[in-house]
Design a binder for this molecule. Structure first.
Ligand SMILES: Nc1ncnc2c1ncn2[C@@H]1O[C@H](COP(=O)(O)OP(=O)(O)OP(=O)(O)O)[C@@H](O)[C@H]1O
Length: 253
């Protein structure tokens, strides 16, 4: 087996005195979709945010243990958090395009921050990213119009395109379809399978059917513990832990 893209080793996360994640060990293989499931408040989002060092920005939050991305310890002394964040894309629950920017400017905003100015190059990346996010055909004639004119589902795919434009090694998605209607949700679920060719996905979802549909592996969190991690089929059809079974069969949650 190849070396995992991401390895979490004994990762614990505190907010002040409160421990939100306890000693998590987890490996993620390249080119896969991985779901984090579990009841509200069990630490899924807290764990996800540690993977692009977002807790650095939360007063009182503390991450211990090791998170290794492609061989590099993300929290080692001297590691540049901004450079690290660039390698890990993030898509949030609610679409958050930059409201004052056009569709095109949204997609290339990250690239411009890295100093790319060449119009032809920006256009090429915008088209590739929008195609990657299955949005190109819908917006190719309105690239210069405000991103806020798009529907909610289109805005979320625009946010995915914006993340893809900087070619992230890993794409984190925090309940990316929870604010969308069923048709937009289905489009984004279809999209994820194609995205495995260009990146690796870690998705938090409340929707167990979604996890079962889109992911290769599933991790079940409960009260800050990673109770079970395995191939999605196994976790849903023959879970090893009785707490996982109770959750996936809908007995609590
Ligand atoms: N900024 C914060 N400060 C203090 N406590 C926090 C903070 N963010 C989250 N928590 C707490 O940490 C625990 C884990 O929360 P987290 O949001 O990671 O859970 P979750 O599994 O993602 O829940 P949900 O599915 O509802 O989003 C909860 O008890 C929550 O109240």
């Amino acid at each position: 087996m190849s070396t995992p893209l991401l390895t979490a080793q004994d990762v614990s996360i505190h907010y002040g005195d409160k421990q939100a994640v306890r000693g998590v060990n987890l490996s993620i293989e390249r080119g896969t979709v991985n779901a984090l499931i579990g009841p509200s408040g069990c630490g899924k989002t807290t764990f996800l945010r540690a993977i692009n060092r977002m807790h650095d920005l939360t007063p009182g939050a503390r991450v211990t243990g090791r998170i290794v991305l492609d061989g590099e310890d993300m929290y080692a002394p001297g590691v540049d958090a901004v450079a690290m964040r660039r390698r890990v894309g993030m898509v949030f629950q609610k679409p958050n395009p930059f409201p004052t920017m056009s569709v095109f400017d949204n997609v290339v905003s990250g690239l411009k921050l890295t100093g790319v100015r060449d119009r032809a190059r920006l256009m090429e990346v915008a088209e590739r990213s929008l195609r990657g996010a299955a949005l190109w055909d819908e917006v190719k004639d309105r690239l210069k119009t405000p991103a806020t004119g798009l529907s909610g589902g289109q805005q979320q795919r625009l946010c995915i395109a914006r993340a893809l434009a900087v070619e992230p090694e890993l794409l984190l998605m925090d309940e990316p379809t929870s604010a969308l209607d069923p048709a937009s949700t289905a489009r984004i679920e279809d999209l994820m399978t194609g995205l495995k060719k260009v990146t690796t996905i870690l998705i938090v979802t409340h929707n167990m059917h979604q996890a079962a549909r889109v992911s290769d592996t599933t991790s079940f969190f409960l009260n800050g513990d990673l109770v079970e991690h395995g191939v999605t089929d196994q976790v849903f059809t023959s879970p090893r832990d009785e707490r996982t079974e109770a959750y996936v069969t809908g007995r609590f949650g």
